[in-house]
Design a protein around this ligand. Sequence first.
Ligand SMILES: Cc1ncc(C[n+]2csc(CCOP(=O)(O)OP(=O)(O)O)c2C)c(N)n1
Length: 341
Amino acid sequence: MAIRQVALAGLSREQLLGMYEEMLLIRRFEEKAAEEYTMGKIGGFMHLYIGQEALGVGAIATLGKEDKVISHYREHGHAISKGIAPRQVMAELFGRIDGCSKGKGGSMHMHDENVGLLGGYAIVGAQIVLACGLAFAAKYQNQNHLIMTFFGDGAVDEGAFHEGLNLASLWKLPVVYICENNQYSMGMSVEKAWSVPDLKDRAAAYAMPYEKVDGMDLIAVYEACKRATERARSGEGPTLLECITYRFRGHSMADPASYRPRDEVDRWRASQDPIPLYLEKLREAKAIKEEEIKAIEDRVDRVVQDAVEFADASPEPPLEELYTDVMVGDANAISWRYPRQ
Ligand SMILES: Cc1ncc(C[n+]2csc(CCOP(=O)(O)OP(=O)(O)O)c2C)c(N)n1
């Protein structure tokens, strides 16, 4: 097959293939994490991003290193896309000291300010107002970065959403708001939860530009995010993007997802999986060779295997770590309740 130097969305072939590799890496990484969870290597809650990969990858590809991402608890994909090494993400899931949050955050609290991933947040919608504060600081201090924040359809009904959008719009803050509308918040469908079925009406209430995007289409996500980041960079303020997507697994590892009709899940998996859809696009554009696909798969498998081996070999955090990175006025004040051993 003759390979064309196509430029989908103005991206080079190298960038296009890089995004394919990143989506596949996130998919395989999480499939492996699910296995390790089932074997008891990972504790606590774990929410998988499987099905939503085009979103994190397409959106974060529009950011520079200096830009910040702040996310929800379904953030393994965002962490990898923003540049945290898969080894460190896996070690964090394993609760080990070499994890990006020293093993103390786990699945829901990935963090590395060196790459600009300012956390996953378990409180639904909390990151929306934090993004607003970060964007205010960026503007006030004349820093040249923007903030991108991800949240689910469930977060739209939180007070934080309204407070955040109001201030960001009023002060024209450099934020990109990305609603990952996977159509369910835990077991609650958007139809049952949203009194206003169209999210654009809520954006209009805060005079905010809005776009609805096919969240399973990597290129569509990339292009919409490009427009939104350009607006933010040029001082025109925030944008709300609603990306329609679907999570292929339950809400968390503990959820059998019996509230969703089987045929609905099957339909999305069979016809809307963002990874084969994107690969098809690359093939149609003659942008990828068959041997490149195989090489990417092999590379991804090696990275995931390495991540597990690295996490397995990393020690658990020592007991003293319980007292570091914790916001307490006086560590001694709590030590009577939790005596050091
Ligand atoms: C303020 C708050 N209320 C309730 C919860 C419990 N809770 C955890 S996840 C979740 C559903 C959120 O759904 P959505 O925002 O659509 O994200 P998704 O899980 O679908 O990606 C709820 C209600 C919480 N963590 N925080």
